[in-house]
Design a protein. Structure first.
Length: 297
C-alpha cells in the first residue's frame, strides 16, 4: 500500500513537470496572439499594478514636493543671510575706500614734512555738544605727544593738542571759541601779510584772521599758511584761502575771512607734528606778539 502511494506521487510529479515544460515551450514559441489565460493573467496583473502604482506615485510626488519646498525655504534663508552680509560688506568697502584714500593722502603729505616728524593718529571720541571745539585721538605721552603740537590732516591744519594723557590726547580745533586759541599766520603773495587766526564764524563757516594792516593788498583766493613764528606750529602748514576782507570799526586793521582747507566736521585720521622746539619762552612769545601787533598798526 505505501508503495502504491509512492508511485502515484512520482507519476503526478512527472506529469506536472511534463505539463510545465510543455507550457513553457508553448509560451516561448513565436505567436501572433496570446491565449485567453495569459490575457486574463496579464489583465489582472496590470489592473493590480495600476491600483497600487497611482497612489504610490501620488505619495511619492507629495513627498518630493515637500522636499523641494523645504530646499527652497533653506535656499531663501541662505540668500537672505547673504544679502544681509552683502549690505554689511558694501558698507565696509565704502568705509575702507574712504580710509584708504585718506591714508594715501596722509602718506603723500608726509613726504613734504621735512621740518617735523608726523605721528599718525585716529579720532576715537568727540563730544556732540562741542563738535566744533574738541576731539580725542589715540596718541598720547607714550608716543611723545605734548601740548601745543599742531594737528593736521592731508588737507591742512585743524588744531593743536590741548592736553595729553598716557595714551590719548585732547585736540582743540581752530573752530573752537577760545581767546587763547590763536595761530600766527601769513597770507602768501608778492609780499607776505602777517596776522593771527583767532575766532570762527559759525554762520559763514569761516576762520577769522585779524591784525592785518589796513593798507595791505590782499586778494580773494590767496593762500593762508602758518608763519612759524613762536616755534609751536611748523612754518608753511596750509590753513585755507582768503574769501573776504573786512576793515575794523576804526579802520586801523583788517580782518580776513578764511575758508578752511581742512574740514572740521568729518575727522577720522589726523597727524600730529612733533618738533624739537615745541614750547616758547614767555618773553619770546610776548616779543613776537608785539611785533605782529606793531606790524598791524
Amino acid at each position: 500500500m505505501p508503495q502504491l502511494f509512492t508511485n502515484k506521487r512520482l507519476i503526478i510529479l512527472l506529469g506536472s513537470i511534463i505539463i510545465l515544460v510543455a507550457m513553457i515551450g508553448f509560451s516561448l514559441r513565436d505567436r501572433d496572439n496570446i491565449t485567453w489565460p495569459e490575457k486574463f493573467v496579464k489583465d489582472v496583473t496590470g489592473f493590480g499594478q495600476n491600483i497600487v502604482s497611482k497612489p504610490a506615485d501620488a505619495v511619492e510626488s507629495f513627498f518630493e514636493d515637500v522636499r523641494r519646498l523645504r530646499n527652497t525655504y533653506e535656499e531663501n534663508e541662505k540668500l537672505r543671510t547673504h544679502l544681509q552680509k552683502l549690505a554689511q560688506l558694501e558698507s565696509d568697502v565704502a568705509r575702507l575706500k574712504k580710509d584708504n584714500a585718506e591714508l594715501r593722502k596722509v602718506l603723500e603729505k608726509q613726504k613734504s614734512l621735512a621740518d617735523y616728524e608726523p605721528v599718525q593718529a585716529t579720532v576715537i571720541a568727540r563730544n556732540p555738544d562741542r563738535w566744533y571745539e574738541l576731539i580725542t585721538i589715540d596718541q598720547g605721552e607714550s608716543n611723545g605727544i605734548e601740548p601745543d603740537m599742531a594737528v593736521l590732516t592731508s588737507d591742512g591744519l585743524v588744531g593743536k593738542v590741548k592736553s595729553t594723557s598716557k595714551f590719548t590726547s585732547t585736540v582743540q580745533l581752530l573752530s573752537a571759541h577760545d581767546s587763547q586759541n590763536r595761530v600766527s599766520a601769513v597770507i602768501q603773495g608778492t609780499s607776505a601779510v602777517h596776522g593771527l587766526i583767532e575766532g570762527y564764524d559759525k554762520e559763514k563757516k569761516m576762520l577769522q584772521m585779524t591784525k592785518i594792516p589796513s593798507d595791505a593788498k590782499v586778494k580773494k583766493g590767496q593762500a593762508v599758511t602758518t608763519s612759524g613764528l613762536g616755534g609751536v606750529f611748523p612754518k608753511g602748514l596750509i590753513i585755507g584761502k582768503v574769501m573776504e576782507l573786512v576793515p575794523d570799526e576804526f579802520g586801523l586793521t583788517q580782518t580776513a575771512l578764511v575758508k578752511p582747507a581742512a574740514t572740521f566736521y568729518d575727522l577720522e585720521h589726523v597727524m600730529v607734528s612733533k618738533r624739537e622746539m615745541t614750547k616758547v619762552l614767555p618773553e619770546e612769545e610776548n616779543r613776537q606778539q608785539v611785533l605782529i601787533e606793531e606790524e598791524g598798526l
